[in-house]
Write a protein that binds this ligand. Structure first.
Ligand code: PGA
Length: 252
């Protein structure tokens, strides 16, 4: 059985004082039985988060990773640097990076390769926009996003991938895909990976998009929803904890 994974994506939020309070709560109460938990603060706070969370069982992730290892790439943060700071995960290809910062499928694939080469577990985000869903193109869009990764990377490495299905229309909007919609896309994603030769049975597929304490239980009860990538609700400890506990219950 795939072990559930709940990842908090803090996005562009926090400061030293606020982080100290939230990380302290996560350190004491964030660990739950049978579930992998990770938080992804902004780059400058990874060291702080690593220090506070050390020994707690809660893992650390970054919100992005450079496609480059080192050299003259001003402003970039590499996989080896993230590993140096104690990161286990790197979110790659979040829809905000794709839509606001021009990340193409091929750039996302390079970043996945760089993360894997550094020993990080990439959490690759895929998902369709509202109009793409309305036009019946959701599966086609997600398949193309996956295909560019599968085409660029040694298949044997890709069973280490985590995929986050995040319909763009559900991110930060309060709209969530229904458990049935999410489950159906998760099955499709697993099938796409499998058809490409990835050993997809063990690949964890997270759902993301307005996950909260109220909808997590139903989502996690679906067979192919292996956890969640949580934005807004990860910034308030009680909400995040409730989502982690829902994942734990669903694992029993
Ligand atoms: P949200 O964000 O939970 O605030 O919708 C999820 C994400 O963007 O990863």
């Amino acid at each position: 059985m795939r072990r559930k994974l709940v990842v908090g994506n803090w996005k562009l939020n926090g400061n030293l004082a606020r982080n100290k309070a939230l990380l302290g709560e996560v350190r004491v109460g964030g660990f739950v039985e049978g579930v992998d938990i990770a938080v992804c603060p902004p780059f400058p706070y990874l060291q702080q988060a690593g220090d506070v969370l050390s020994g707690s069982g809660v893992l650390l992730g970054a919100q992005d990773v450079s496609a480059y290892q080192e050299g003259a790439y001003t402003g970039e943060v590499s996989g080896p640097m993230l590993v140096d700071l104690g990161c286990s995960y790197a979110i790659v290809g979040h829809s905000e990076r794709r839509s606001l910062f021009g990340e193409t499928d091929s750039r996302v694939a390079s970043k996945v390769g760089a993360a894997l080469a550094a020993g990080l577990t990439p959490i690759v985000c895929v998902g369709e926009s509202h109009s793409q869903r309305e036009h019946g193109e959701a599966e086609q869009v997600v398949a193309a996003q996956l295909e560019s990764i599968v085409a660029a990377i040694d298949i044997k490495l890709l069973d280490r991938l985590v995929v986050a299905y995040e319909p763009v229309w559900a991110i930060g909007t309060g709209l969530t895909a229904t458990p049935e919609q999410a489950q159906s896309m998760h099955v499709f994603i697993r099938r796409c990976l499998g058809r490409s030769g990835v050993d997809s049975d063990g690949v964890r597929i997270l759902y993301g998009g307005s996950v909260n304490a109220g909808n997590a239980v139903q989502l996690f009860n679906e067979k192919d929803i292996d956890g969640a990538l949580v934005g807004g609700a990860s910034l308030v400890f009680d909400g995040f904890k409730a989502i982690c506990e829902a994942a734990s219950k669903a694992s029993l």
